[in-house]
Design a protein. Structure first.
Lengths: 185, 190
């Protein structure tokens, strides 16, 4: 029988099984996000950028779940927060049936910016409540922005910039709060 | 009748070691790969003893421990940090041994060397027994009073005097529920 000192091959095999199981679990765990991507595709503009962002979202989310630790804990807050601008923009686009031209584009832009602010506030409040590190902030922000961008991209680069600026405005108070909390004894 | 070895209170070293394993397993479940080898080494020995104890055959036990360790670490991400790690891991290993024994089909006689190996391992076997008993008791605690009483009566063969179709059905239902609870707690199936 294999002795305790000669465990390297067994550890290697077990490690492979562990990583494969985590990868399988990550893909399955992130599968429900396909519904969000499909919604963005069907109710958004359905262009190649939406598809590309959807694929990027799925790849990043599954990779973060597979990696675990801070990144894994950032997945749910990131996607949930990012779905706020997504839903707002998709709703605004549906109102497009009742409005025309510039006013509709302005409505979508407002949805991107306001959605971005709400997303930033949500990510910051979750990160501060959990006292999370910078990796959580970065991972949750990236997922939230990509999720929101799937819808905002219908306005082109300006939509994504609006979302990002809104997000920045929303997240700054949380970052300041965290910075001051660190300084205080 | 005396208390079974497995139910006696474990000593403080064992408790401390179990706590450390719980913490390491929780870190591994969360994705901290730096503890992988440590968890593997800590689980190897009790799993090996358990497989030897259950299969009573060197070659079968050698295969079983490798497969059991793979299965345990494959399921490491499912580990619930609220539960003790060793009973959880040994329950998975015991299930793997059961599967191997079923697969092999015919019963083999345990060689004498295997019995010799076990002589010096009483303490560890006791520890393994204790962990498995804790796993079974945890599953039993989740059942209703009626189911628990039925199974305990069955275990002590008290039901023999009152056997009948009603009790048999009750026992079957209780066993099914115990099996389902065990599956839910330890993530192992048929």
């Amino acid at each position: 029988m294999e002795s305790a000192t000669d465990l390297t091959p067994a550890i290697r095999r077990a490690r492979r099984a562990y990583e494969l199981a985590r990868a399988r679990r990550a893909v399955l765990g992130f599968a429900p996000v396909v519904v969000l991507v499909a919604a963005a595709y069907v109710f958004g503009d359905g262009g190649p950028w939406t598809t590309a962002l959807g694929l990027a979202l799925f790849a990043c989310g599954a990779a973060m779940l597979w990696y675990g630790r801070d990144l894994k804990h950032a997945v749910l807050p990131g996607v949930v927060a990012g779905s706020v601008p997504l839903v707002l923009v998709l709703c605004a686009r549906q109102l497009g049936d009742f409005c025309t031209g510039v006013s509709c584009a302005a409505l979508c832009m407002d949805a991107c910016v306001i959605g971005g602010v709400l997303t930033g506030l949500a990510v910051a409040s979750v990160a501060n409540a959990r006292r999370s590190g910078p990796r959580f902030w970065l991972a949750a922000s990236a997922l939230a922005l990509v999720t929101g961008a799937m819808a905002c991209v219908c306005l082109g680069v300006s939509g994504v910039v609006g979302l990002t600026l809104g997000y920045g405005a929303g997240v700054v108070p949380g970052l300041l709060q965290r910075a001051f909390a660190k300084r205080s004894p | 009748m005396g208390m079974p070895e497995a139910l006696r209170a474990p000593n403080s070293n064992t408790v401390e070691s179990d706590r450390e394993l719980d913490a390491l397993m929780a870190r591994l479940a969360d994705g901290d790969r730096s503890v992988f080898a440590e968890v593997f080494k800590r689980l190897w020995s009790p799993t090996q003893r358990l497989c030897m104890h259950l299969l009573q055959h060197d070659a079968d036990a050698s295969d079983a421990v490798q497969q059991a360790m793979q299965k345990i670490l494959e399921r490491a991400s499912d580990y619930d940090p609220q539960r003790p790690a060793l009973p959880w891991a040994l329950a998975v290993a015991a299930w793997e041994c059961r599967t191997i024994r079923r697969r092999r089909g015919r019963r083999r006689e345990a060689p004498m060397e295997a019995a010799d190996d076990l002589i010096g391992a009483d303490a560890e076997t006791e520890h393994v027994d204790r962990a498995l008993t804790r796993a079974a008791l945890t599953a039993l605690e989740e059942l209703s009073d009626t189911d628990r009483e039925t199974l305990i009566a069955t275990f002590w063969d008290e039901s023999a005097s009152t056997s009948g179709p009603t009790l048999r059905k009750r026992r079957e239902r209780a066993l099914t529920r115990l099996r389902n609870t065990f599956r839910r707690l330890y993530g192992i199936g048929d």
